[in-house]
Design a binder for this molecule. Sequence first.
Ligand code: 5AD
Ligand code: SF4
Length: 449
Amino acid sequence: MKNNCVYIETYGCQMNLADTEIVIGILKSNGYDITEKAECADVILLNTCSVRENAEQRIYGRIGNLKTLKADKPHLILGVLGCMAERLRHELVEDKKVVDLVVGPDEYRNLPSYIDVAFAGEKGIGVKLSRTETYDDIMPYREDGLQAFISVMRGCDKFCTYCVVPFTRGRERSRALDSIINEIKELSNRGFKEITLLGQNVNSYLDGGTDFADLLSAAAMVDRTMRIRFSTSHPQDISDKLLYTIASHPNLCNYIHLPVQSGSNRILELMNRTYTVEHYLGLIDKARKIIPNVSFSTDIISGFPTETEEEHQMTLEIMKKVRYDGAYMFKYSPREGTKAYKMDDDVAEETKTRRLQEIIDLQQTISLEINQSMIGKEEVILIEGRSKKSNEFFAGRADSNKFVIVPVTEGVSEGDYLRVKINRGTSGTLFADFIEKVNPRSDNLALTA
Ligand code: 5AD
Ligand code: SF4
């Protein structure tokens, strides 16, 4: 008999992408085939995100059009995984009856049984959150490639007042160091060149006496030719030990994603971010002293409840002080169940939009200035493949995570490290000339030039 085929679409953050790989790992070991085409599937799964309102709206739209496939295929099962599951199971399954299966982020191990339940004509519902589930023993399914994401911890205990994650993904728990290191070894053997260690708040990682800095050190030592990145860091929890660890391993990328959210202490307090602007700027200074050439990206929310024009200006001010290499910028959207949901969402939509646009424009200007100031400098980039725009160029990434385009050169292929010289910069891309191929095992190699 032919195996049942599953089609899966992923929305939202890198954690969700990593979860999809876990889900595929579980399904494959239970005899399911994976298909790239929704029309060919017996089971369609959407791994969903709830972090902002527009993410949820997109998913509703998608459920709406996938539902039409049921007309020709009555046995087709439509399921929702991930962050929307817990929040919307009543609405999705009981009220609107649009989906047959709702499985939350801590119940993927039981997904095959829930699918069986759905095939038997019942609704498969598994939305319990766990304090211990880390999927430690499950090898995520990954196609061969250069880059991989590994989730090292799950959940979040920070309870920022705008954020739904502690409710949709539950309490913080860390994976065992050994299982993470084994996964990195396996990826190294398969030729992967870049690993990103993931968690909502990786700095809270703890396995017995092993903290996140220890994990980074151990990860960096698995294979010196592999770059290690991590995300996301909370500004309250970055230790000096972590900064020194990053500085001491050439293959730990000198790049920190450090969400600031707002430049106003009053708003930061309302957000329950537990740090001040002064602490944040102090941390940036310290990191720049300890890690030469470190680059930063951030997350910013515009129009949090009660945010005044002056407080919005403070956000622009902190952006000018830090001069981020990149930023993810959002309009505040109230999320049911969070503390901020009870606050009056009193910043008018057009004001939020205008403030967000000012934030985006400023970041574009800063990114452009930073990128142009790099003209003439050397960088070591990892070649990821051909540029999407032209087959005559390679696309790669610098240690700082900046996107670099370089002409195709004979003898160079995907996965190689190149030393290049920057000759042009836009706000999103650097263009460079080839200098030489570098051997990441040679003694004098630092993966930054
Ligand atoms: N509204 C707008 N942005 C949000 N984020 C999280 N929750 C919300 C919300 N309710 C943003 C934060 C966070 C990023 C992942 O998403 O900036 O760092
Ligand atoms: Fe959400 Fe704050 Fe946790 Fe990030 S640290 S996932 S913003 S609660």
